[in-house]
Design a protein around this ligand. Structure first.
Ligand code: SAH
Length: 203
């Protein structure tokens, strides 16, 4: 926690949520003892759980309020979704790998995280049936910002998305009106790629 504070995460609500959610639940047994190090870890299917700093950074940019409807693209381990739920958001989270979707769904339900609903989908299209959202967070590196995500924001809603190929810059779009968006750019990060289409598990 102090490590996050030292790196400039000062949002108390975000720090409290990070404190409240046991990160080791979301890691393979092999990495469990390192669960509280500020590092990413593999979660299978060549994907990673983001490092706590990145989760905290993005969550702070999203300015989550209790009762907000939040769409997450890239469920992965389910950790980011759990943090959002711990902040009182109603979370809709989408994953393109069936195996990761199934695993995260089961874990979140075992943890009693009733504020999170999981979907096996291609997140480049968003999740139109539950739109509009107060916030949308993309946890994979996008070469471009998918238009459907901007369109699924409520007026005043925020889209936080890392944009770029090798390295991504964190962007935040605020929907000012039906047609107008404010664009802000923040620090550089490195994410796994945002890919189109879904991948079913081998049976
Ligand atoms: N938020 C996750 C981070 C996982 S890494 C966590 O807290 O653990 C990013 C995830 O985005 C990966 O699981 C990857 O499979 C997923 N992803 C990439 N492209 C996607 C897409 N088009 N739709 C949905 N999920 C996608």
């Amino acid at each position: 926690m102090d490590a996050l504070r030292q790196r400039g995460i000062l949002d108390e609500a975000v720090l409290n949520a990070i404190n409240a959610v046991p990160r080791h639940f979301f890691l393979d047994k092999a990495f469990e003892e390192h669960a509280y190090a500020d590092k990413p870890f593999p979660i299978g299917n060549e994907q990673t759980i983001s490092q706590p700093y990145t989760v905290a950074y993005m969550t702070a940019l999203l300015e989550v309020h209790k009762g907000d409807r939040i769409l997450e693209i890239g469920t992965g381990s389910g950790y980011q979704a759990a943090i959002l739920a711990a902040m009182g958001a109603r979370v809709f989270t989408v994953e393109r790998y069936e195996a990761l979707y199934l695993q995260a769904k089961e874990l979140l339900s075992l943890m009693g995280m009733s504020g999170v609903r999981c979907f096996f989908r291609d997140g480049t299209k968003g999740l139109p049936e539950y739109a509009p959202y107060n916030g949308i967070i993309v946890t994979a590196g996008a070469p471009v910002v998918p238009e459907p995500l901007k369109q699924q924001l409520a007026i005043g809603g925020l889209l936080v998305i890392p944009v770029g190929e090798e390295v991504q810059y964190m962007y935040r779009y605020t929907r000012l009106s039906e047609m107008e968006f404010k664009e802000e750019m923040f620090d550089a990060f490195r994410f796994v790629p945002f890919l189109e289409g879904v991948r079913k598990s081998d049976k």
